[in-house]
Design a protein around this ligand. Structure first.
Ligand code: IMP
Length: 202
């Protein structure tokens, strides 16, 4: 089976490819399909955005497409940055600027009120248009300074409660075990295994 990952984000491509390494699938991503135009994430929910990306790339490629939309929801900010996580500090999609803005917005929020979660919705679309979706979450708190050099995006500011470290201080395998995307992908891989076994029976 060939699967196209509907993302150009090299951090995500590395994570997803590593998580699917045991599966009998050929993986490519939008990095390998420069002919596909930019897909605007205009949806009000992670599901709407993931579905839009998956359907659009499936139309272009005619292959199975796996799309995810994810982001950080901070309780003290009423769920922001949420679906706007990538462009929180502006359209330049700059991780450093996003982290600086988050630190600024959270400056006066006391310990005990800094709860946050990473959320991910994953959508798989088949060449015939059939669709499956899964979700994953990872709970934590927002730190007061950047810690760790791994991962991407908000990872250095996201303290993972169950690991006692920031997401950026975890090795990639450790992050994938507990991350929002890892959890959504685990469920999606069970779906993929079923699809593969059905296609081998026919
Ligand atoms: P999207 O799913 O590509 O739209 O990503 C939205 C944004 O959420 C990213 O640009 C990051 O800022 C943030 N984000 C999503 N997943 C992660 C993660 O695993 N670590 C850190 N930031 C993330």
């Amino acid at each position: 089976m060939e699967i196209v990952l509907a993302t150009k984000n090299a951090g995500k491509v590395d994570e997803l490819t590593a998580m699917m390494k045991e599966m009998d699938v050929n993986i490519s991503s939008l990095i390998d399909h420069p002919e596909i135009p930019e897909i605007e994430e205009t949806g009000a929910t992670f599901l709407e955005n993931a579905r839009k990306k998956a359907r659009c790339v499936a139309e272009f490629t005619g292959k199975y497409v796996l799309a995810d939309d994810s982001g950080l929801e901070v309780e003290a900010l009423g769920g922001l940055p949420g679906v706007t996580s990538a462009r929180y500090a502006g359209e330049s999609h700059d991780y450093k600027a996003n982290n600086e803005k988050l630190l600024r917005e959270m400056r006066s929020v006391p310990e005990g009120m800094r709860h946050a979660k990473f959320c991910c919705v994953m959508v798989l679309v088949a060449p015939d248009g059939k669709e499956w979706s899964t979700t994953g979450e990872c709970l934590g708190t927002i730190t007061r300074d950047l810690r760790g050099a791994g991962g991407f995006g908000y990872d250095p500011l996201f303290y993972v409660t169950e690991k006692n470290r920031t997401m950026a201080e975890l090795a990639m395998d450790e992050k994938n075990e507990i991350s929002h995307r890892g959890r959504a992908l685990q469920d999606m891989m069970n779906i993929l295994v079923e699809i593969l076994s059905k296609s081998q029976q026919t």
